[in-house]
Design a protein around this ligand. Sequence first.
Ligand code: SF4
Length: 85
Amino acid sequence: MTVFSPNRTRPQGKTVIGEVITMKAEINQSGCIHCGLCADICPSVFRQEGTEAASVRVEQIPAKYKIEAETAEEQCPTNVIKIRK
Ligand code: SF4
């Protein structure tokens, strides 16, 4: 797996599996209602089990999960997920 730092030039026309972009997910856990929607939408970034508040699995969001992570942010019923670029 090839991982590029945000400052490194990406090869033209190539899809890089595992590419890391500078995006982080944060959850205000005090507002989480444990519905599990974020983990259903993007299980590679979000985790939620039982009655525990959801948490973030990764330090940086891999590029291939960007859309799913942003969808989870949009769909969270209590609006406690923030994706920061
Ligand atoms: S979608 Fe929102 S409320 Fe539901 S488990 Fe995830 S963070 Fe909690």
